[in-house]
Design a protein around this ligand. Structure first.
Ligand SMILES: *Cc1c(COP(=O)(O)O)cnc(C)c1O
Length: 246
């Protein structure tokens, strides 16, 4: 088990380097985030002990379950799943420093209220539904600028960039189009010079499409399967997806 994970990690790091080289980018611009849904703490620990520092869960319940087992190893926790308002308290309690899946103003306002009360702030990315799949979470690209603008007025939420899940398809031009949409939105937001808004991070690219995402400017790739192996639970459990285009 240890050997597999270490070998897979090595392969992913090589793929990052190779794609960066191809895209004329510095590999240090691309952070590797380990998407750890369904992965037991023992396996995650192997990756952390090998020097990885950034992990993320999709469900507050799993975050909670693994929290104790991992807390002695220094690392950063992001949240990449659909966040329900009634789970806000827990997501803050278990050390999440960035919510990458902020996709609606109601959630932003509730987060803000809770953070104000606690005298805390949190980093956020705005999740955009670039693939136009109605079942997928994320704000529609046409409404993204408005959401960023509104969230920027909530002082406890520190916007760091945008996140998307690309179209799950082997039609690479369509996948690439999703990442181009996110990049274009980033440029539009930057041009607005909104006070307090940073747009450095583009969280895009997963096991199957990381090379394309890196070519299109990704700064955070989120990898699960290619490091920890196939999950025994379908992604629809996490993504609420009725259909997957393959
Ligand atoms: C599961 C997941 C990933 C990783 O997907 P893999 O295809 O297993 O690499 C990335 N982002 C999100 C939001 C996820 O839920």
């Amino acid at each position: 088990m240890t050997h597999d994970i270490l070998y897979n990690l090595y392969k992913i790091l090589s793929r990052i380097e190779e794609s960066c080289l191809k895209a004329n980018r510095n590999p240090e611009e691309v952070k590797l985030l380990l998407a750890t849904k369904t992965v037991p703490a023992d396996k995650i620990r192997i990756a952390l002990q090998a020097g990885q520092v950034l992990i993320a869960e999709n469900k507050v319940q799993e975050l909670k379950e693994k929290y104790e087992a991992l807390k002695e190893i220094p690392h950063t926790n992001h949240f990449i799943g659909h966040l329900q308002s009634n789970k806000i308290k827990d997501v803050l309690k278990y050390g999440v420093t960035c919510i990458q899946s902020l996709d609606r103003i109601e959630l932003a306002e509730k987060l803000h209220q809770k953070l104000l009360a606690d005298n805390k702030t949190i980093e956020v990315l705005i999740q955009v539904n670039t693939s136009n799949e109605s079942s997928k979470f994320g704000i529609h690209p046409d409404d993204a600028i408005e959401l960023v603008t509104k969230v920027s007025q909530l002082s406890t939420l520190k916007i760091k960039g945008l996140m998307t899940i690309g179209l799950l398809s082997n039609q690479t031009d369509k996948v690439r189009e999703c990442f181009k949409i996110l990049k274009a939105l980033q440029q539009q937001v930057i041009a607005l010079h909104l006070p307090g808004v940073q747009m450095d991070e583009l969280s895009m690219g997963m096991s199957g499409d990381m090379e394309i995402a890196i070519e299109e400017g990704s700064t955070i790739i989120r990898i699960g399967t290619a490091i920890f192996g196939q999950r025994n639970r379908p992604d629809s459990y996490y993504w609420n997806e009725a259909v997957t285009v393959k």
